[in-house]
Unconditional design. Sequence first.
Length: 181
Amino acid sequence: MTTVGFRPTHVVPQNGMPAWEAPDPARPTVPLDALLPVQLVERRGDWGHVLCANGWSAWVDGRHLVAVPQDPPLADGPLTGTADPRPLLTRAEQTLARYRAAVEELAAGGLAGEAFRMRTRGLRLGVVVDGESMWLYDAEQGRWAYADGARLSTYVTDEGPRATAADPGHAPTQVVTPDGA
């Protein structure tokens, strides 16, 4: 279930991250999954209060969140770095189908816990659909991509932000730092 009006502002780093109930290290909670899209709603120094798509919220070390662009590329903007989104959608569907098949087999009793972990190891999928806009995680290329239905553009990679003089159509993605730093 996605909270109405949820728009991710950041993504959890690829190794996941610890989370806390309050901006207090003595109050840990469930860690956040790798590449989870979140919305940063408040900052207190290095602490960041994030909201997840399902309405759950937690405090994290905001310095490690990866920002996603707020404005998608304009339809009449430069086509640099664009591609057909359908192959990536196909890979996302295949990954989800493989995970679902493993879950079905686990639920039916035909797969033990360790076998389930082995079958699902290495599967990575990230998809946020917001009307005509969609964010996809491309595990093969280690990147988050934005799709508007016709074009696909890379915005952030596992290696860090992408910024080139040839692609001025959007601000480069950056790792969040505390205010005033």
